[in-house]
Design a protein around this ligand. Sequence first.
Ligand code: NAP
Length: 227
Amino acid sequence: MKAIVVTDQAAGTAGAKLVKRPEPQAAINDVVVQIHASGFTGDELTWPSTWTDRVGRDRTPSIPGHELAGVVTALGYGTTGLSIGQRVFGLTDWYRDGTLAEYVAVEARSLAPLPGDVDFTVGAALVMSGLTAWQGLFEHGRLHAGQSVLVHGAAGVVGSMASQLAREAGAYVIGTGRAGGRQTALDFGAQEFVDLDNDALEDVGEVDLVFDVIGGDAATSGSGLRA
Ligand SMILES: NC(=O)c1ccc[n+]([C@@H]2O[C@H](COP(=O)([O-])OP(=O)(O)OC[C@H]3O[C@@H](n4cnc5c(N)ncnc54)[C@H](OP(=O)(O)O)[C@@H]3O)[C@@H](O)[C@H]2O)c1
């Protein structure tokens, strides 16, 4: 199969090469997925897991990319819950070869069915940001219907996902960011928007949850928020 590999951390993305690699085999509990769309995060080339295995041994050349959407082509021994020909999307293990390839072997538990009316590109694009937003809002933040949430960076990738999920769950969403992000944040479901450069964050008053992907002073200076 064709795949993009990296071998030299210092070279960054300029060191990535398109090469031929053997197709992956499905190990116990794995499936092999033919990849129709994949996502790559630039930061991956700084993650130790891109370069070594779990005991620190060099694992290059490694295939980056961890988000995927595609079709199951093989099942490993003991794999349950998925079938050959099924459309799936999900995230692959940081320590294994990833998704910038025609095929990937991935544990079945890391995948979910992709509905027929959702494009592969949409499926691959929402995995990491969607999971980040979901975990922050619902697993850590325990957000539920009727509550209010302040979403910092609401026009960004994670913030826009958090705004949509929070609205869907019945929460009241106040987005923040720079002036240029106002309309985007409102379009993604924020009911109010605070321009952090010009508006007073303390005017928001009390909210039930603050979801912050900006961090530092920008999101808190002058804030009288109680959450
Ligand atoms: N994307 C993912 O899947 C993912 C997953 C896990 C963790 N993360 C982490 O989450 C953070 C956000 O990632 P992202 O992908 O959502 O980034 P992003 O798309 O750039 O979104 C960040 C948003 O916050 C705004 N912003 C940043 N600094 C600001 C400031 N000082 N004042 C006002 N607004 C500000 C940005 O506005 P401008 O565009 O105008 O700067 C943008 O709208 C990063 O630390 C990233 O590493 C991301």
